[in-house]
Design a protein around this ligand. Sequence first.
Ligand code: MRU
Length: 335
Amino acid sequence: MNISFMAIRTENGLEILDQTKLPNKSEWMKLEGIDQVCEAIVMLRVRGAPLIAVAATAFMIQAFDQGISVDTALEYADRLSKTRPTAVNLFHALRIIKNALKNEGIEAAKNAAEKYLQKEIDIHQKLTKIGAHQLQNGSRVLTHCNTGSLATVCDGTALGVIKVAHQQGKKIKVYVDETRPLLQGARLTCYELEKSGIEYELICDSMAAWLMKQQKVDSVWVGADRIANNGDAANKIGSYGLAVQAKHHGIPYYVVAPSTTFDFDCESGKSIEIEQRDPNEVRGYVGASMVWAPKEAGVFNPAFDVIDADLYTAIVCEQGIVETSKLTKLGLKAI
Ligand code: MRU
Protein backbone atom coordinates (compact mmCIF):
# COMPACT_ATOMS: atom_id res chain seq x y z
CA MET A 1 0.00 0.00 0.00
CA ASN A 2 1.44 3.36 -1.03
CA ILE A 3 0.41 6.71 0.40
CA SER A 4 0.96 10.20 -0.95
CA PHE A 5 0.01 13.31 1.02
CA MET A 6 1.36 16.84 1.44
CA ALA A 7 4.07 15.83 3.93
CA ILE A 8 4.62 12.12 3.40
CA ARG A 9 4.85 9.74 0.44
CA THR A 10 5.95 6.15 0.01
CA GLU A 11 6.09 5.41 -3.76
CA ASN A 12 9.92 5.49 -3.78
CA GLY A 13 10.65 4.50 -0.21
CA LEU A 14 9.57 6.53 2.81
CA GLU A 15 9.93 10.26 2.16
CA ILE A 16 8.85 13.21 4.29
CA LEU A 17 8.67 16.91 3.55
CA ASP A 18 11.22 18.35 6.00
CA GLN A 19 9.01 20.72 8.00
CA THR A 20 11.94 22.44 9.72
CA LYS A 21 12.72 24.05 6.33
CA LEU A 22 9.20 25.32 5.58
CA PRO A 23 7.97 27.72 4.33
CA ASN A 24 11.20 28.83 2.67
CA LYS A 25 12.27 25.49 1.20
CA SER A 26 10.23 22.46 0.15
CA GLU A 27 12.75 19.66 0.63
CA TRP A 28 11.77 16.00 0.56
CA MET A 29 13.93 13.76 2.71
CA LYS A 30 14.28 9.99 2.36
CA LEU A 31 14.13 8.14 5.69
CA GLU A 32 16.16 4.98 5.31
CA GLY A 33 16.86 3.58 8.74
CA ILE A 34 15.50 3.60 12.26
CA ASP A 35 18.03 6.26 13.39
CA GLN A 36 16.90 8.63 10.66
CA VAL A 37 13.21 8.10 11.39
CA CYS A 38 13.65 8.70 15.12
CA GLU A 39 15.75 11.82 14.47
CA ALA A 40 13.11 13.18 12.07
CA ILE A 41 10.38 12.74 14.68
CA VAL A 42 12.39 14.22 17.57
CA MET A 43 13.49 17.23 15.49
CA LEU A 44 9.94 17.82 14.18
CA ARG A 45 10.92 17.26 10.55
CA VAL A 46 7.79 15.16 10.61
CA ARG A 47 5.30 16.23 13.26
CA GLY A 48 1.68 16.47 14.38
CA ALA A 49 0.14 13.66 16.41
CA PRO A 50 -1.53 11.74 13.55
CA LEU A 51 1.38 12.13 11.13
CA ILE A 52 4.02 10.96 13.61
CA ALA A 53 2.06 7.72 13.96
CA VAL A 54 1.58 7.44 10.19
CA ALA A 55 5.33 7.97 9.55
CA ALA A 56 6.29 5.34 12.15
CA THR A 57 3.74 2.91 10.70
CA ALA A 58 4.91 3.52 7.12
CA PHE A 59 8.49 2.92 8.26
CA MET A 60 7.55 -0.38 9.90
CA ILE A 61 5.76 -1.50 6.71
CA GLN A 62 8.90 -0.68 4.71
CA ALA A 63 11.03 -2.63 7.19
CA PHE A 64 8.68 -5.63 6.98
CA ASP A 65 9.01 -5.55 3.17
CA GLN A 66 12.79 -5.55 3.57
CA GLY A 67 12.58 -8.79 5.53
CA ILE A 68 13.38 -7.79 9.12
CA SER A 69 12.99 -10.34 11.90
CA VAL A 70 10.36 -10.19 14.65
CA ASP A 71 13.05 -9.26 17.20
CA THR A 72 14.35 -6.38 15.09
CA ALA A 73 10.81 -5.16 14.48
CA LEU A 74 10.13 -5.15 18.22
CA GLU A 75 13.37 -3.27 18.80
CA TYR A 76 12.36 -0.66 16.18
CA ALA A 77 8.95 -0.27 17.80
CA ASP A 78 10.65 0.27 21.14
CA ARG A 79 12.97 2.93 19.66
CA LEU A 80 10.04 4.73 18.03
CA SER A 81 8.09 4.76 21.29
CA LYS A 82 10.91 6.74 22.92
CA THR A 83 10.87 9.65 20.46
CA ARG A 84 8.07 11.91 21.71
CA PRO A 85 5.97 11.10 24.77
CA THR A 86 2.78 13.17 24.55
CA ALA A 87 0.94 12.31 21.32
CA VAL A 88 -0.82 9.01 21.92
CA ASN A 89 -1.48 8.11 18.26
CA LEU A 90 2.08 6.78 17.95
CA PHE A 91 1.57 4.47 20.92
CA HIS A 92 -1.75 3.18 19.57
CA ALA A 93 -0.17 2.37 16.19
CA LEU A 94 2.83 0.67 17.78
CA ARG A 95 0.62 -1.36 20.12
CA ILE A 96 -1.42 -2.68 17.19
CA ILE A 97 1.76 -3.62 15.30
CA LYS A 98 3.45 -5.18 18.34
CA ASN A 99 0.41 -7.29 19.25
CA ALA A 100 0.22 -8.68 15.72
CA LEU A 101 3.98 -9.31 15.69
CA LYS A 102 3.95 -11.19 18.97
CA ASN A 103 0.83 -13.24 18.25
CA GLU A 104 1.02 -13.93 14.53
CA GLY A 105 4.32 -12.71 13.05
CA ILE A 106 5.55 -10.37 10.34
CA GLU A 107 2.87 -10.79 7.67
CA ALA A 108 0.07 -10.17 10.18
CA ALA A 109 1.91 -7.14 11.56
CA LYS A 110 2.25 -5.71 8.06
CA ASN A 111 -1.48 -6.21 7.46
CA ALA A 112 -2.31 -4.58 10.79
CA ALA A 113 -0.06 -1.62 9.96
CA GLU A 114 -1.70 -1.16 6.55
CA LYS A 115 -5.13 -1.38 8.11
CA TYR A 116 -4.13 1.34 10.59
CA LEU A 117 -3.05 3.65 7.74
CA GLN A 118 -6.24 3.08 5.76
CA LYS A 119 -8.42 3.65 8.82
CA GLU A 120 -6.57 6.87 9.63
CA ILE A 121 -7.26 8.19 6.11
CA ASP A 122 -10.98 7.28 6.31
CA ILE A 123 -11.37 8.82 9.77
CA HIS A 124 -9.82 12.14 8.75
CA GLN A 125 -12.09 12.45 5.72
CA LYS A 126 -15.12 11.89 7.94
CA LEU A 127 -14.27 14.26 10.79
CA THR A 128 -13.52 17.30 8.66
CA LYS A 129 -16.96 17.06 7.04
CA ILE A 130 -18.62 16.81 10.47
CA GLY A 131 -16.71 19.85 11.75
CA ALA A 132 -17.36 21.96 8.65
CA HIS A 133 -21.11 21.99 9.47
CA GLN A 134 -20.28 24.12 12.52
CA LEU A 135 -18.86 26.90 10.34
CA GLN A 136 -21.11 29.41 8.63
CA ASN A 137 -20.41 31.62 5.65
CA GLY A 138 -18.50 34.62 7.04
CA SER A 139 -17.12 32.80 10.14
CA ARG A 140 -14.03 34.34 11.72
CA VAL A 141 -11.98 31.67 13.45
CA LEU A 142 -8.80 31.52 15.48
CA THR A 143 -6.43 28.55 15.32
CA HIS A 144 -3.23 27.55 17.10
CA CYS A 145 -0.23 25.51 15.94
CA ASN A 146 -0.56 23.51 12.71
CA THR A 147 -3.30 20.91 12.34
CA GLY A 148 -3.50 20.66 8.56
CA SER A 149 -2.12 18.32 5.92
CA LEU A 150 1.35 18.87 7.34
CA ALA A 151 0.27 17.28 10.62
CA THR A 152 -1.99 14.54 9.33
CA VAL A 153 -3.18 12.69 6.27
CA CYS A 154 -5.81 14.36 4.01
CA ASP A 155 -6.81 17.95 4.90
CA GLY A 156 -6.03 17.84 8.61
CA THR A 157 -8.08 18.07 11.80
CA ALA A 158 -8.92 21.63 12.95
CA LEU A 159 -7.38 23.19 9.85
CA GLY A 160 -8.97 20.43 7.79
CA VAL A 161 -12.40 21.53 9.04
CA ILE A 162 -11.63 25.09 7.92
CA LYS A 163 -10.40 23.87 4.51
CA VAL A 164 -13.49 21.74 3.95
CA ALA A 165 -15.79 24.64 4.91
CA HIS A 166 -13.88 26.77 2.37
CA GLN A 167 -14.24 24.02 -0.28
CA GLN A 168 -17.99 24.09 0.42
CA GLY A 169 -17.97 27.72 -0.74
CA LYS A 170 -18.10 29.37 2.70
CA LYS A 171 -16.04 32.50 3.21
CA ILE A 172 -13.87 31.93 6.28
CA LYS A 173 -11.39 34.34 7.84
CA VAL A 174 -8.64 32.69 9.89
CA TYR A 175 -6.54 34.29 12.61
CA VAL A 176 -3.35 32.27 12.99
CA ASP A 177 -1.45 32.25 16.29
CA GLU A 178 2.25 32.24 15.43
CA THR A 179 2.75 29.50 18.09
CA ARG A 180 6.02 30.12 19.86
CA PRO A 181 8.54 28.68 20.34
CA LEU A 182 8.70 26.67 17.10
CA LEU A 183 6.29 28.81 15.08
CA GLN A 184 4.18 26.04 13.59
CA GLY A 185 1.37 28.60 13.08
CA ALA A 186 3.47 31.24 11.34
CA ARG A 187 5.56 28.83 9.27
CA LEU A 188 3.20 25.96 8.52
CA THR A 189 -0.44 27.01 8.94
CA CYS A 190 0.10 30.22 6.94
CA TYR A 191 1.83 28.11 4.24
CA GLU A 192 -1.17 25.79 4.02
CA LEU A 193 -3.74 28.60 4.08
CA GLU A 194 -1.93 30.35 1.24
CA LYS A 195 -1.90 27.15 -0.80
CA SER A 196 -5.64 26.77 -0.16
CA GLY A 197 -6.48 30.39 -0.97
CA ILE A 198 -8.11 31.00 2.43
CA GLU A 199 -8.05 34.52 3.89
CA TYR A 200 -5.89 34.76 7.02
CA GLU A 201 -4.05 37.10 9.34
CA LEU A 202 -1.04 36.09 11.42
CA ILE A 203 -0.93 37.26 15.04
CA CYS A 204 1.55 36.92 17.90
CA ASP A 205 0.22 34.52 20.55
CA SER A 206 -0.11 37.40 23.00
CA MET A 207 -2.61 39.19 20.74
CA ALA A 208 -5.35 36.55 20.87
CA ALA A 209 -7.13 37.80 24.02
CA TRP A 210 -7.29 41.34 22.68
CA LEU A 211 -8.64 40.10 19.35
CA MET A 212 -11.42 38.29 21.25
CA LYS A 213 -12.19 41.41 23.26
CA GLN A 214 -12.63 43.30 19.97
CA GLN A 215 -15.29 40.66 19.03
CA LYS A 216 -13.32 39.58 15.98
CA VAL A 217 -13.35 35.85 16.75
CA ASP A 218 -16.50 33.69 16.40
CA SER A 219 -14.91 30.37 17.38
CA VAL A 220 -11.54 28.78 18.22
CA TRP A 221 -10.33 25.56 16.54
CA VAL A 222 -7.39 23.44 17.67
CA GLY A 223 -6.22 19.84 17.40
CA ALA A 224 -5.04 17.48 20.13
CA ASP A 225 -2.15 15.18 20.91
CA ARG A 226 -3.91 13.10 23.53
CA ILE A 227 -7.42 13.31 24.97
CA ALA A 228 -7.90 11.69 28.37
CA ASN A 229 -11.06 9.72 29.09
CA ASN A 230 -12.63 12.65 30.99
CA GLY A 231 -12.15 14.95 27.96
CA ASP A 232 -9.04 16.82 29.14
CA ALA A 233 -7.09 17.48 25.95
CA ALA A 234 -3.33 17.90 25.58
CA ASN A 235 -2.33 20.14 22.70
CA LYS A 236 0.39 22.58 21.68
CA ILE A 237 1.50 24.89 24.48
CA GLY A 238 -0.77 27.94 24.46
CA SER A 239 -3.97 25.97 23.85
CA TYR A 240 -4.93 26.07 27.55
CA GLY A 241 -4.44 29.83 27.74
CA LEU A 242 -6.59 30.29 24.63
CA ALA A 243 -9.35 28.21 26.22
CA VAL A 244 -9.32 30.39 29.35
CA GLN A 245 -9.57 33.48 27.15
CA ALA A 246 -12.32 32.01 24.97
CA LYS A 247 -14.38 31.02 28.01
CA HIS A 248 -14.00 34.50 29.48
CA HIS A 249 -15.27 36.02 26.24
CA GLY A 250 -18.04 33.43 25.68
CA ILE A 251 -16.49 32.11 22.45
CA PRO A 252 -17.02 28.44 21.42
CA TYR A 253 -13.82 26.39 21.46
CA TYR A 254 -13.55 23.13 19.47
CA VAL A 255 -10.93 20.39 19.74
CA VAL A 256 -10.82 18.37 16.52
CA ALA A 257 -9.21 14.93 16.69
CA PRO A 258 -9.54 11.42 15.33
CA SER A 259 -10.43 8.76 17.92
CA THR A 260 -6.82 7.53 17.58
CA THR A 261 -6.03 10.56 19.78
CA PHE A 262 -8.23 9.27 22.64
CA ASP A 263 -6.51 7.59 25.56
CA PHE A 264 -9.04 5.64 27.61
CA ASP A 265 -6.27 4.53 29.97
CA CYS A 266 -5.68 8.13 31.00
CA GLU A 267 -8.37 9.05 33.51
CA SER A 268 -7.66 12.76 33.30
CA GLY A 269 -5.15 15.23 31.94
CA LYS A 270 -3.12 14.90 35.13
CA SER A 271 -1.65 11.63 33.91
CA ILE A 272 -0.64 12.89 30.46
CA GLU A 273 3.14 13.14 30.13
CA ILE A 274 4.13 16.54 28.79
CA GLU A 275 7.23 16.65 26.61
CA GLN A 276 9.90 19.11 27.77
CA ARG A 277 12.11 20.40 24.97
CA ASP A 278 15.50 22.02 24.43
CA PRO A 279 15.86 25.36 26.31
CA ASN A 280 17.50 26.88 23.24
CA GLU A 281 14.13 26.79 21.47
CA VAL A 282 13.01 29.56 23.85
CA ARG A 283 16.32 31.44 24.14
CA GLY A 284 16.20 32.09 20.42
CA TYR A 285 15.17 30.40 17.22
CA VAL A 286 17.05 27.13 16.77
CA GLY A 287 16.49 26.72 13.01
CA ALA A 288 18.02 30.07 12.16
CA SER A 289 20.63 29.84 14.95
CA MET A 290 19.37 33.13 16.31
CA VAL A 291 19.71 33.79 20.06
CA TRP A 292 18.17 36.78 21.86
CA ALA A 293 18.34 35.74 25.51
CA PRO A 294 21.49 35.34 27.62
CA LYS A 295 23.07 32.03 26.57
CA GLU A 296 22.47 30.41 29.94
CA ALA A 297 19.02 31.92 30.67
CA GLY A 298 16.91 29.51 32.71
CA VAL A 299 14.03 28.22 30.58
CA PHE A 300 10.67 26.45 31.02
CA ASN A 301 9.81 24.79 27.71
CA PRO A 302 6.88 22.38 27.79
CA ALA A 303 5.82 21.48 24.24
CA PHE A 304 2.17 20.98 25.27
CA ASP A 305 -0.41 21.96 27.86
CA VAL A 306 -3.76 20.46 28.84
CA ILE A 307 -7.14 22.07 28.17
CA ASP A 308 -9.48 21.03 30.99
CA ALA A 309 -12.67 19.46 29.62
CA ASP A 310 -14.85 22.06 31.36
CA LEU A 311 -13.01 24.88 29.60
CA TYR A 312 -13.97 24.00 26.06
CA THR A 313 -17.14 23.38 24.07
CA ALA A 314 -16.80 20.12 22.18
CA ILE A 315 -14.61 17.45 20.64
CA VAL A 316 -15.13 16.97 16.92
CA CYS A 317 -14.23 13.41 15.97
CA GLU A 318 -15.31 10.91 13.31
CA GLN A 319 -18.17 9.77 15.57
CA GLY A 320 -19.67 13.26 15.67
CA ILE A 321 -19.64 16.28 17.96
CA VAL A 322 -19.11 15.40 21.60
CA GLU A 323 -20.08 18.27 23.89
CA THR A 324 -17.79 18.18 26.90
CA SER A 325 -20.62 19.37 29.21
CA LYS A 326 -22.53 16.20 28.32
CA LEU A 327 -19.73 13.75 29.10
CA THR A 328 -20.84 11.37 31.86
CA LYS A 329 -18.68 9.76 34.54
CA LEU A 330 -17.88 7.01 32.02
CA GLY A 331 -16.17 9.64 29.87
CA LEU A 332 -15.20 9.09 26.25
CA LYS A 333 -15.44 5.32 26.66
CA ALA A 334 -19.21 5.75 26.59
CA ILE A 335 -19.50 7.47 23.20
O1 MRU B 1 4.98 19.64 18.38
P1 MRU B 1 4.07 19.41 17.23
O2 MRU B 1 4.25 20.38 16.13
O3 MRU B 1 4.10 17.98 16.75
O4 MRU B 1 2.63 19.66 17.84
C1 MRU B 1 1.49 19.53 17.05
C2 MRU B 1 0.24 19.85 17.76
O5 MRU B 1 0.22 20.20 18.91
C3 MRU B 1 -1.04 19.67 17.00
O6 MRU B 1 -1.99 20.60 17.40
C4 MRU B 1 -1.58 18.25 17.28
O7 MRU B 1 -0.59 17.30 17.05
C5 MRU B 1 -2.75 17.94 16.47
S1 MRU B 1 -2.33 17.84 14.76
C6 MRU B 1 -3.68 17.34 13.94
